[in-house]
Design a protein around this ligand. Structure first.
Ligand SMILES: Nc1ncnc2c1ncn2[C@@H]1O[C@H](COP(=O)(O)OP(=O)(O)OP(=O)(O)O)[C@@H](O)[C@H]1O
Length: 258
């Protein structure tokens, strides 16, 4: 069963076709990789799905109990439907604690209004407890217990990336889009990240769509991979099929893919 279907997606910037008639489907409860050389259009695809960009044409459908035509929604509404993303660069509020940064992920998901929070009405206090408990559960899941009141800025880069990931988990998504989750990580951190992504899929039943340049991570954890170059799909298949595909090897100018 598909959770995301992308059909004939195209978007241009001036004369440049960044995404060109691209179609692929992501099956529920899988880890799906979108790869391609620098400037191939991967982040632009993510920006269309998460509604930062308006595509020129094509269909974007998300299935979470019901069918949502993503083109009818704004970014924050897409998050409410259960589709969240991370960014290539870590986007944490460095002056806030680990816990506070994770709580940011719940901002579109809380009940109550400014009045009830401002006057600390019973409903608001109960809601505060509920969301705090959720965030603490995520912190435990990520193995960051004990760090909740430490400043995000004082954490090593690998931990900051985990905090960003935690921010997506706290809103109970069905699909997470990860934009280069391993960028800037060392090989030990990347191996831990691979295990964590698999746990997110298996223990939390969350589907993962990821863009990543670290080919060993992609080949180790993705069930299916779509390769794009100059905005167009050049191959789709299992890690083995992708590694053996001649057009893919040509696009990567020999070597990087294997
Ligand atoms: N807002 C924009 N305005 C103009 N051009 C853009 C914009 N966003 C992306 N592009 C261009 O579209 C092309 C695809 O960019 P994109 O960032 O999607 O590639 P990518 O595959 O994610 O690259 P990388 O792996 O280097 O992050 C590039 O040529 C880029 O310069």
């Amino acid at each position: 069963m598909d959770i995301l279907t992308i059909k004939n997606l195209s978007i241009s910037f001036g004369g440049l076709k960044a995404v060109d008639n691209l179609s692929f489907n992501v099956e529920k409860n899988t880890i799906y990789g979108l790869i391609g050389p620098n400037g191939a259009g991967k982040t632009t695809v993510f920006n269309c799905i998460s509604r930062f960009y308006n595509p020129d044409s094509g269909e974007l459908k998300f299935f979470n109990n019901k069918e949502y035509n993503l083109l009818n929604y704004k970014t924050h509404q897409v998050i409410d439907k259960g589709l969240v993303r991370t960014f290539q660069n870590v986007e944490l509020v460095k002056t806030m604690t680990v816990l506070e940064n994770i709580l940011i992920g719940l901002q579109t998901n809380t009940k109550g209004n400014i009045f009830s929070y401002g006057f600390r009405l019973p409903g608001a206090i109960k809601e505060e407890k509920r969301i705090r408990k959720k965030a603490l559960n995520v912190i435990r899941f990520l193995g960051l217990k004990g760090k909740e009141h430490e400043l995000a800025a004082s954490q090593p880069y690998g931990i900051q990336k985990l905090i960003e990931l935690g921010r997506t988990l706290v809103s109970d998504p069905s699909l997470i889009i990860l934009d280069e989750p391993a960028a800037g990580m060392n090989s030990t951190e990347t191996k831990e990240l691979a295990k964590l992504i698999i746990r997110i899929r298996d223990e939390l039943n969350i589907t993962i769509l990821l863009v990543e340049h670290d080919m060993s991570l992609v080949m180790d954890i993705c069930e299916k991979i779509c390769v794009i170059n100059f905005g167009k799909k050049i191959a789709e298949g299992s890690p083995i099929e992708i590694q053996q595909n001649e057009e893919v090897q040509k696009a990567y100018l020999g070597g990087e893919i294997v």
